[in-house]
Ligand binder design. Structure first.
Ligand SMILES: [Zn+2]
Length: 246
């Protein structure tokens, strides 16, 4: 018990460090900048950050959300992403235990979190982060099944997209959604992939009605539904079983 709490804390801290890197991905990839160089600096005064300005969550709190040099406000998005990434890592650890593929599943959901943030901001997602989520999702014990489900899910969604753009005479689904579907297929398998697809449509319904004119990014709902169904995979299968066979 006590051991689990210690491991959980370590997993959380590790997750927040990955979250720190994720902030760099979210900020730089859409601008076409390198994620490796240069080192982090203040966006306002351009002063390179000291190591103690880079401690996830804590630095932001202890600097009270301001740059240590020029006192310009630092977005609360940074500590929130760090916290969320830590949380994703811990929740997946609690779900899976300390299995060898835990880092890959966590990396896949972390990449999805980056896509969500970028989609909210730009209403488009970068292919490289999207493919990273897919590749990480494929690294698991039943690799061949994951490959197959991923291919069928992506292919199926691609065909639905072709068909509905033919009917609607406009682009109904982007290529990015097809790659996300591949990730969902790999992580969830069948039939839970369909459960997540259905859940994402359900989650997106009200926001889509409220912001009808502006349009609603769909990746956040796909990602959230995937995470929920991944965590409750057995319950989801039971629910489907009850729905189909009574
Ligand atoms: Zn500054």
């Amino acid at each position: 018990m006590q051991e689990n709490i210690i491991i959980g804390a370590v997993v959380f801290i590790f997750g927040t460090l990955i979250g720190s890197f994720l902030n760099v991905v979210i900020y730089r990839i859409p601008k076409g900048e390198s994620i490796a160089f240069p080192a982090s600096k203040c966006q306002s005064c351009q002063t390179p950050l000291k190591w103690y300005h880079n401690i996830p969550i804590f630095s932001w709190l202890f600097l009270r959300g301001k740059c240590g040099f020029c006192k310009e406000a630092i977005s609360v998005q940074y500590p929130i992403i760090e916290f969320l990434t830590g949380l994703i890592f811990v929740i997946l650890y609690l779900k899976l235990g300390l299995v060898w593929y835990l880092p890959f599943v966590a990396a896949s959901f972390t990449a999805l979190l980056a896509l969500v943030m970028i989609d909210f901001k730009y209403m488009a997602v970068p292919d490289n982060v999207n493919f990273a989520a897919l590749l990480f999702a494929l690294v698991q014990p039943n690799f061949l099944d994951a490959m197959m489900y991923s291919a069928i899910a992506a292919g199926g969604l691609y065909l639905i997209g072709l068909f509905s753009s033919f009917i609607a005479r406009r682009e109904a689904m982007g290529g990015a959604d097809v790659i996300v579907a591949g990730t969902m297929g790999a992580l969830l398998g069948f039939p839970n992939f369909f459960m997540a697809l259905f859940l994402s449509a359900l989650l997106a319904m009200i926001p889509a009605m409220i912001w009808r004119d502006k349009g609603v990014p769909f990746v956040p709902f796909l990602a959230l539904a995937t995470f929920i169904v991944y965590l409750y995979n057995t319950q989801s299968l039971q629910l489907l079983d009850t729905l189909i066979y009574g």
